[in-house]
Write a protein that binds this ligand. Sequence first.
Ligand code: AMP
Length: 193
Amino acid sequence: MYIVLIGPPGAGKGTQSQHITEYLGIPHLSTGEMLREAIAQRTPTGRHAEPYISRGDLVPDPVVVEIVGERLQQPDCARGALFDGYPRTEGQAESLSEFLEQRGKQLDVAIEIAVDDEELLRRIVGRARTASRPRTDDTPEKFANRLRRFHEETSPLLAYYEERGLLERIDGIGSPDEVWRHTKQAIDARLQD
Ligand code: AMP
């Protein structure tokens, strides 16, 4: 199964990703993690991406499309993958469907984890206080910018996937286990299709 996970920063995509990848035995492809790794390794991609990430802006599509394209060529992605934090723009969504089509595959479902802005702001304040591995983009100001980017650039993807009959909207408020129960139901329904 090829699954896209969409949600604003702080919605709990990381936790749901762990459940989904374990449940389906598919690899977890987080572009945020790939980019942070590239920065840590000081690769050219990392150097290019760093200023965007530290501002809370989106990294330009060609950079992201390239790292995902490379990752998708690895054998563990042949039977499915969970895309976490990708695509974030319509351009990225188009290239993802091309990547999959080239391999005779298609996206099975786009799962939206929906959380309103007020709740997100409450969560991010908590996360900034307790994070064991602080992220440079988790300050309240940068978080606000990431949230704005989500509304401006990523949320149009919800309509994009809805038009294609691929969108499943999950209420992201509630305990992580509750959210997982609903996510699993949505996956199971698609598995039966
Ligand atoms: P995340 O860990 O998914 O919240 O991503 C952290 C940061 O990495 C984002 O705020 C962006 O700056 C960058 N990033 C991650 N994924 C993408 C993507 N698909 N397109 C553009 N920028 C991305």
